[in-house]
Write a protein that binds this ligand. Structure first.
Ligand code: ADP
Ligand code: MG
Length: 474
């Protein structure tokens, strides 16, 4: 506690967020932020505009705080100061924005999407170089394969061997942080390396934004030309298109054009397509025509392998004991798993201490329970259900199969599905890394019991009321 200087924490947080959000999203919001100063438990960040500040606050404040808390071990308040549009301020950390040449509407009005495709980056490219919209570390080499994802990985490799031929279209689905984006980008990177193909990677959100922009600027053809003339189209997180009819229509046409030209399409989604809400039937049936592969939470061995690989890539020396501690405490989300390790590495670098099992335990405690900031978390439901039935959350998320645990567990899953927008994949993750079929089965079980158990209805109503009360207080 000498002088307060949280620069290190801030930088580590940025590294973390870049890892979590991906280059594109990160670049859109974080490269223009500027660390100004720290005070006691306080960090002041410069933002270019009120708009920018409000967006960052609304979308990322919780994530930033959570990350800072993990690093500092205490709550750190964030303050924002508008530092005017004097963007970049000759800051030495401006390169990412400069490299981006296409595929990104962003907030910046200065460089309108000119017609010129891919190659206009910079003159000096000895070999092929990195694809502008793909992370170069999202490769097959960096992707650990296990029972949980074997089929998905094989299919993905098959696609990169013969794009447009073998598995087309392909939809990869699975819960948050299970490696969808990584796998999809690995397909893109592999094709990029081996062929002279035009490859577009975009998030569903960006696809929509570009579409809206093209209409605003009265240039519908620019949008069509971009997305309908490509060899490979990768669209990430298509659950974002739920309830958005206009863009579904546009996607449908893009889809048909590309598929009939035998161009490769790959999509990711956080749930099986049968659980997409407000999605056009014809689009759903298109998705169903292709191959659908799922990613499940990794087993202990795979988790260890992922951590080892991450440590190796970061040049950090982590003992097997520490790997074991992390692998055992985080089981259902690879992103959290890697985050935990990254935080430990950052911590040890900042403190100049090696990571011991004790430090790992202490840092991990409580910090990775719930990283989600939805209004109503599954954890809240678990908390309330556990209390209601005189159990612990561990009972609900654990493996015990005695009837006094199984029924409350199924009921909690049912209520989670009813009260939140979480998909069965996400609910499964929150319940100790179960897969979505287990959740679906549980829900069916409960539905079946309505017929035979006249009190079930009021049990569920009670539970829901308690959940609402609990979350109102929180
Ligand atoms: P999703 O898109 O499903 O939310 P991501 O693809 O962003 O998940 O993955 C989250 C993090 O976990 C990334 O850092 C990614 O590299 C890592 N990851 C996920 N699965 C694996 C795996 N099988 N091997 C190595 N890293 C993985
Ligand atoms: Mg993703």
């Amino acid at each position: 506690m000498d002088d307060v200087d949280y620069t290190g924490f801030w930088n580590a947080t940025l590294t973390q967020l870049r890892n979590d959000l991906g280059e594109e999203e990160f670049g859109g919001w974080f490269t223009d932020l500027k660390y100004l100063r720290s005070g006691e438990n306080l960090i002041v960040i410069g933002v270019p505009s009120t708009f920018h500040r409000d967006k960052v606050k609304a979308r990322y404040q919780n994530a930033i705080r959570a990350s800072l808390k993990k690093l500092a071990g205490t709550d750190i308040v964030l303050e924002f100061e508008i530092v005017g549009a004097g963007k970049a301020e000759e800051s030495p950390s401006a390169p990412q924005t400069a490299v981006k040449n296409n595929g990104h509407t962003g907030q910046k009005k200065e460089n309108p999407p000119s017609g010129a495709p891919d190659k206009a980056v910079q003159g000096e490219k000895p070999k092929k170089g990195k694809h502008p919209n793909l992370r170069d570390d999202y490769t097959f080499d960096n992707y650990i394969m296990g029972e949980n994802n074997k089929f998905a990985v094989m299919v993905s490799r098959g696609i990169s061997d013969k794009p447009g031929i073998n598995y087309n279209p392909c939809l990869i689905y699975g819960g948050v942080g299970l490696g969808k984006t990584h796998l999809m980008q690995a397909i893109g990177n592999q094709i990029h390396e081996t062929r002279d193909y035009k490859i577009i990677y975009t998030t569903a959100e960006n696809f929509l934004n570009e579409f809206v922009q093209s209409i605003k600027e009265n240039k519908p053809n620019a949008f069509k030309n971009k997305f309908r003339y490509t060899d490979v189209l990768l669209i990430d997180d298509i659950h974002f298109f739920q309830e958005k009819e206009g863009i579904q229509e546009e996607l449908f046409h893009t889809y048909n054009t590309l598929l009939s030209a035998k161009k490769q399409l790959v999509f990711t989604c956080d749930r099986p397509i049968t659980e997409l809400k407000k999605f056009s039937e014809r689009l759903l049936s298109r998705f169903a025509e292709g191959i659908n592969v799922d990613l499940r939470p990794p087993q202990y061995e795979e988790r260890c392998a992922i951590l080892k690989l991450t440590a190796e890539n970061r040049g950090a020396n982590i003992s097997d004991e520490v790997i074991d501690v992390i692998s055992k405490s985080i089981s259902s989300n690879v992103r959290d798993l890697k985050s935990a390790l990254n935080i430990l590495i950052a911590y040890s670098e900042l403190m100049g201490q090696p990571i011991t099992v004790e430090i790992a335990r202490q840092r991990l405690r409580d910090t990775f329970v719930s990283s989600r900031q939805a209004n109503l978390s599954i954890e809240t439901i678990q908390r309330v259900a556990a209390d209601y039935f005189g159990l612990t959350i561990k009972d609900l998320t654990g493996k015990k199969r005695t009837q006094n645990v199984v029924f409350p567990r199924q009921l909690a899953m049912y209520v989670a599905r009813e009260m939140t927008d979480f998909s069965t994949t996400e609910i499964g993750q929150a319940f100790g890394g179960r897969d979505h079929t287990t959740v679906m089965h549980s829900i069916e079980k409960i539905k079946g019991q309505f017929l035979t158990d006249p009190t079930l209805d009021s049990t569920i109503e009670n539970l829901k009321r308690l959940v609402k009360e609990f979350s109102a207080k929180a």
